[in-house]
Design a protein around this ligand. Structure first.
Ligand SMILES: Cc1cc2nc3c(=O)[nH]c(=O)nc-3n(C[C@H](O)[C@H](O)[C@H](O)COP(=O)(O)O)c2cc1C
Length: 260
């Protein structure tokens, strides 16, 4: 048995869960390939027995990069067993229901639909920063949840969380609001005098939205607010509303296959 896991991860949380999923499948002797949705690799589902999709929640819904991926995903006639998961700072999110619906429309058979709580990467915009103790508790619980979910899947059992259509509709409206406000909100991201122009943010921006001009990193209008640039900076030189951000994602972001 062989599976494929397609993911998008702005700051490493969704990738962290992807690695846990891989680890748990390995326990059952099952191999899965992890493929970043940002890569231009052709989508080839036929070589796999099952598929997994992972995405962060951005204001109640999946980021556009994920919905664009769904558009490119082929329709299937033979129902392919599928796991779909979201990561978010709240306990749950209806974004996963919205993703499951898109996949069902294409013929995929949703076996597991789950949302996994992870640290809040946008704590400086909304919410609050958790203590190290709280963060490690969240990671322990997420790890346990992944173990439970993979066990269910291996036993051929189904799990459908976050099935509220009303919540999903609200999430879509909230998501649309975020998308409309992106050009305005992303103006809050700037580089400080400390920037050494290493270019790491520029090379790894999923929207190719960063350039260097007059010795400064400039953030243009295509930002999707994934916050990767803030957490990736080796000297923490990127500011939000002029403020230095505690890089709580620093360890997890290293898991992404970054372009050095
Ligand atoms: C722009 C933005 C919007 C977010 N909106 C939500 C949200 O609506 N609900 C939620 O629980 N978490 C929200 N979060 C938190 C992230 O979903 C969470 O930290 C996620 O695990 C990040 O995954 P990543 O590191 O793979 O990008 C948001 C984060 C960002 C950057």
């Amino acid at each position: 048995m062989k599976g494929v896991l397609y993911y998008f991860s702005g700051t490493g949380n969704t990738m962290w869960v992807a690695n846990k999923i891989k680890e748990n499948f390995r326990y059952y002797g099952v191999d899965i390939s992890l493929i970043n949705m940002e890569s231009e690799q052709p989508i080839n589902i036929k070589c796999y027995d099952f598929m997994i999709i992972g995405s962060p929640v951005h204001s109640g819904t999946e980021p556009k990069i994920v919905s664009n991926f769904f558009r490119k995903l082929p329709n299937v006639k033979k129902k392919i067993k599928t796991i779909v998961y979201s990561t978010q700072s709240g306990k749950s999110s209806s974004a996963v229901l919205s993703m499951a619906k898109s996949l069902t429309e294409k013929g995929y058979d949703i076996f597991i639909q789950t949302s996994i709580k992870m640290p809040n990467n946008r704590y400086f915009i909304l919410g609050k920063k958790s203590s190290l103790e709280e963060e490690s508790q969240v990671l322990i619980k997420s790890s346990e949840k992944v173990k439970k979910v993979i066990k269910l899947f291996m036993e051929n059992k189904r799990l459908k969380e976050c099935n509220s259509n009303i919540r999903m509709k609200f999430g879509r409206v909230y998501g649309k609001f975020l998308r409309n406000s992106l050009p305005r909100v992303s103006k809050n991201i700037t580089s400080s005098e400390e920037c050494m122009k290493c270019g790491l943010c520029l090379r790894n921006c999923p929207k190719s939205n960063i350039t260097f001009e007059n010795g400064h990193a400039i953030f243009h209008s295509q930002c999707m607010l994934c916050l990767r640039c803030i957490y990736i900076c080796p000297i923490n030189a990127i500011r939000y509303k002029g403020k230095k951000i505690d890089q709580i994602q620093k360890n997890r972001i290293k898991m992404l296959n970054l372009i050095k």
